[in-house]
Design a protein. Sequence first.
Length: 565
Amino acid sequence: MIKETEVGGIRTLVVPSTGPLAAGLVFRVGCADEPLSRRGITHLVEHLALHRHGLLEHDANGSTGLTTTHFFTSGSDKAVTTYLTSVCDSLRDLPLDRITTEKTILRTEEAGRPHDSLLVWRYGAVGFGAAGYPEWGLEAITDDDVRDWAATRFTRENAVLWIAGEVPEGLNLTLPSGSPQPLPALTSTLPTTPSYFEEGNGKVSLTAIVERSARASLFTMVLERALFRALRTEDGNSYAVVAAYAPRDGESATITAMADALPEKQDAVLGGLIDVLTALRVGRIDADELEAVRDKATTSLDRPEAARAMVFAEAIDVLYGRPRCSLTDFRAALAAVTVEDLREVAVQAMGSLLMQVPRGNRVDWAGFAEAPMWSATATTGGEFPSLQKKDLTLVLGYDGVSMVSPHGVLTVLYGDCVLMQCWPDGARRLVGADAVSVSIEPNLYDVSAETIAGIDELVPDEVKVWQPARAADRIPQRPMPPAPPAAPAPATPVARSTGWKVGLAVFAVIPALCLLFAAASTVSLVQYPDDASTGTWKLTLLFWWLGGIFGFMVVLALRGQRRRR
């Protein structure tokens, strides 16, 4: 039975438990609360709060999630008391001299962590969607930002302490006073669902938004078993098949599922996954399957670690403002779930589905709408054709920027910009609240430094994040202009000689023919003088004259060629 009390003015939930004492301090703040231009600040505060602990001799750590930050530990009464007291002391007086070092550690951690595209495509670049981005705001976070974030979010009114065991004697935690923080506003970039988008390769992923309930939790277990059986056991097209259920707020939960696939099996995995979802939606669920997952869920509540998991979940519900549910009530809810209940949850899941499919795949055939990836309109302003791809044009206006291509338009208005990354070489990347992104590379669009400065003046300072200088090989270089066409090569002496000889030979035929005709006519006139007429003599003399003239010209041409040699 979970008992509610207070420790140092902090709401506290205590549940009897065997084994070592376990406890955790949960704050209602996470990455979904951060503006994209300060993405990473909650994680940074968590790291700073734990720095003074150094190497811990017992089980203790911290974690930053979508909507909560959790400091947890287990061990002796003294170890638990020391750890929780030290966390609170650090939160009141963070080691700000460590900010630069911790930022480097976070960037290293970031490099090995995948980002959640499903969050971005569903929610955009704000709220839950901002949590899907890398920690791009780290460079802009100042000492004052950290100090203010800790003072307003890590407060006793915005925290719940949970303890599995007895409250340690002498535990007295001190946190600043503040206000409970509301959950991030829900946003959406999807005009309709079910929807899909193409991204990445090697896996099919999905999320669905359903009610928070025992039956939704059991449905997720049924879904995982059905996917595993269809995609791995029967077809052998996938290896890793998982499904998970996680509360999103007091009323709704997110179901996430993923199945990996080789390139040649992607179509089969995609089709098999949709077949499973369709079968569940129409109620093709074996009653024995429901009993199997119900038994597994109920049995897990009897394990020693179940008390910790249950009281931690209750602590989050308190932060969410959700009425608490006793373990007895939860068991009863599990026992009451029917096959029809699972079908109803399947209908919710299918109706809210967002699927990420490998590039080159589509799901139109299954009634899915393609998630919008283009803006409705382009801004007006100066046009800068790409120096690299002639079908791209960058438009820089007074109200925003656009990238225009034959396929569509991407537009970020300055008033809707939630992040502008700035590099010393002049490059800029603007991200809108709807997750549309436009990059400006001066070398690829011939944009002057004066134009870039004008954009900087139009974008609010609070969304600008200056980045370290890029290495020279990371800066796109201006494309080289095309080389002018080569002039035709002069004719070689052999070519000139050959051409001259051919032309002269053709020209020499003329005097030869004239002289041949004149000679034949003269012989005829001498042999038959009585038949000769005045006209025949005149024609013969004309051909002798032409033959002589053309012959003389050929002789002159031959003499000129000899001189050039």
